[in-house]
Write a protein that binds this ligand. Sequence first.
Ligand code: HEC
Length: 409
Amino acid sequence: MKPGRAVLAVCLLGLSGWAGAQAPVERGRLAYQSGAAACARCHGRHGEGRREGSVAAPALQRFAGQKAGLDELRLAVNDGLSAGRALHPLMPRYRFDAGALADLSAYLDVLGSEADADPGIGSDTLMIGARLDASVVPAVQACFAQINGAGGIYGRRLVLQLDPGAAVFAMLGWGRDVPPATPSIAPDAGTGAAAFGLLPGSAAQARFMLDQVLAAAPKGATLALSAAAGTEPDTVRALQARAVARGFTLVPLAAVHARGNGAVAVLSLGDGAHLAGVAHKVAAVPIYALAMQAGRTVFVLAPHAARRLRLVAPAALSYPGAARPVQERLALGAVAILVEALKRSGRRLDRETFVHAIEQMRGFDVDGLPAMRFGPNRHVGAAGMLMVRVDPERRSYLPYTDVSEENDH
Ligand code: HEC
């Protein structure tokens, strides 16, 4: 048997294998998108039309929302006629029976509408967006190539889509521009009902940091916050409200200096450069920051500043025996979760099924990280956090609290 015929046989098997249980519109979708007919190949994924060499396969969206006339459809599809005109031979002549035509018509009726499939799902490709550190993209690409080399997932190749405007089924990584409906799996959780993280997001880490400060500060004390320009305003507001609710005052660092009244601790939200600036300005009081944001800068601060640093660190990062760099472990962990959820979702993929599949993962093993535990109300796989100090001589962290999970939102 030639390879082409083997592939066709698989397509047809796939088609008949689950056509029976589906609603007409789903059977029609399948016939349109894949299987032996694969109208989408020429008329476009959402019936938007496409050029085939010098011939244009027209848009079929005029059939949507008006219950494609079965007769009109039968004439075009089986007889190659449209408005009495013979269609170009590039348009195949099919032999659809009345049932298959009704299914196709039911699907054409929703073509391109919201009832149509989720974005990024092709008959043989699956578009996955990326908001990942550039340094880890090659490792993710290599991983995709390996999966695709082994036949992809249910016959679909994973395509890493770096163009932020492209239609994608799901994201690796998260950014504020990611629409809430797009599922995302990120090193640290984003916000939104379909956002998952291996580690707590920066808002949750900041909350944990504040709680540590409040536990250590004398009642009613003033605390200072220095948030870098890119900080989510919601995060800052939430921290202020939380401090006030417990009887503390949280003011911007600049205000403390201007008014000259002392703060008992300073919270820094921002990257390493931001933290270095804060450390330069602030003398004598403890400085709190997020280890993941601050990065390696903490090891090159002046010793008197380094000694006053208290950092929030996700517990998963101190997982023993991890050989690869942290960012790479997290990115490949996100890929592993993505692939597992796709496998559990099956060929008939949609975002709802996919999100549900992640929420069912209770103790999923990821290379170089603790087992990931998700649930409907738990979108962070390894939620534990602890406080660490810096040992500038050894360039390492020293844990000084137990690991705890932040459950209070
Ligand atoms: C190999 C490419 C190809 C495939 C596959 C294909 N078509 Fe077409 N189709 C065309 C082309 C090209 C035309 C335009 C022919 C012309 O106008 O002369 C066309 C025309 C049509 C028309 C007429 C549209 C009009 O407005 O006149 C309909 C309806 C249609 N196709 C439906 C389908 C359906 C349904 C399927 C799948 C069951 C399908 N086609 C599969 C290439 C294709």
